[in-house]
Design a protein around this ligand. Structure first.
Ligand code: ZN
Length: 234
């Protein structure tokens, strides 16, 4: 590389560093001006607040609404304070702002209630509060209906001759689950219901004895118990 080329490149470096330093100075000055003018905005809001009758006067609220929703460089909390309000009171007074996001169910536009608002977290596309409440209501109704149906099914009576019930209970009771070395009431017993099937069979057999029915008499057993008995017998 020639001596001349090197000098030219170094001069270019010097110039670009000078330009960068100038730009930094301009940025610092601009930031200072933004800070000063922002304070002027707060000072004017304070003057307006002092001038209007009430904190909820339409002029003051209109200014606050514009500054909060349209001027993100004007910070919310000092703005509210300049107007003699807390941030929450100011948000309540100025009301929400359209978000540009539509409810996936009814098409209503979702409203932002603060600058930090984001659509409610949920699986699937966002929906408005009304549709979300309706959805929740439907789900809990559906759940209640299913619970009710389960209960009705499990309490429905299964009719069979006493002979069949006796055979099934004897089959189960002949093999108490002792060989599994699982104590009644232990955690694994509770989790897997090892003894539940056996005790269910014993309860049914005791009822058959107390009822003193003959083999051909029809006996009703609740479906839940009958199902457990048959499953255990198998
Ligand atoms: Zn909706």
């Amino acid at each position: 590389m020639s001596e001349e080329n090197l000098r030219e490149i170094l001069a270019g470096v010097e110039q670009s560093v000078r330009d960068f330093t100038d730009a930094e100075a301009a940025l610092a000055q601009a930031e200072q001006r933004v800070g000063q003018t922002r304070h002027k905005v707060f000072a004017q809001v304070e003057r307006l607040r002092a001038e209007v009758e009430a904190v909820h006067s339409p002029e003051l609220i209109g200014v606050l609404r514009h500054l909060y929703w349209q001027q993100p460089g004007i910070h919310g909390r000092p703005l509210a304070e300049a107007a003699g309000l807390t941030l929450n009171d100011m948000l309540a007074a100025i009301g929400p702002s359209p978000s540009g996001i539509l409810c996936a169910d009814c098409g209503t536009e979702l409203l932002r209630t603060s600058r930090s608002w984001s659509p409610p977290a949920r699986p699937g596309p966002p929906v408005c509060p009304d549709c979300a409440a309706q959805e929740q209501h439907d789900q809990s109704r559906q759940w209640q209906v299913e619970r009710l149906r389960d209960r009705i099914v499990s309490e429905a009576a299964v009719q069979a001759p006493a002979r069949d019930w006796r055979a099934a209970t004897e089959l189960v009771l002949a093999y108490p689950p002792l060989s599994q070395r699982i104590e009644r009431g232990s955690l694994i017993d509770q989790q897997e219901g090892i003894w539940r099937g056996w005790e269910n069979a014993r309860a049914i057999r005791d009822r058959l004895i107390r009822a003193a029915v003959s083999d051909d008499d029809a006996v009703a057993v609740r479906a839940g118990e009958a199902q457990l008995l048959v499953a255990t017998a198998f």
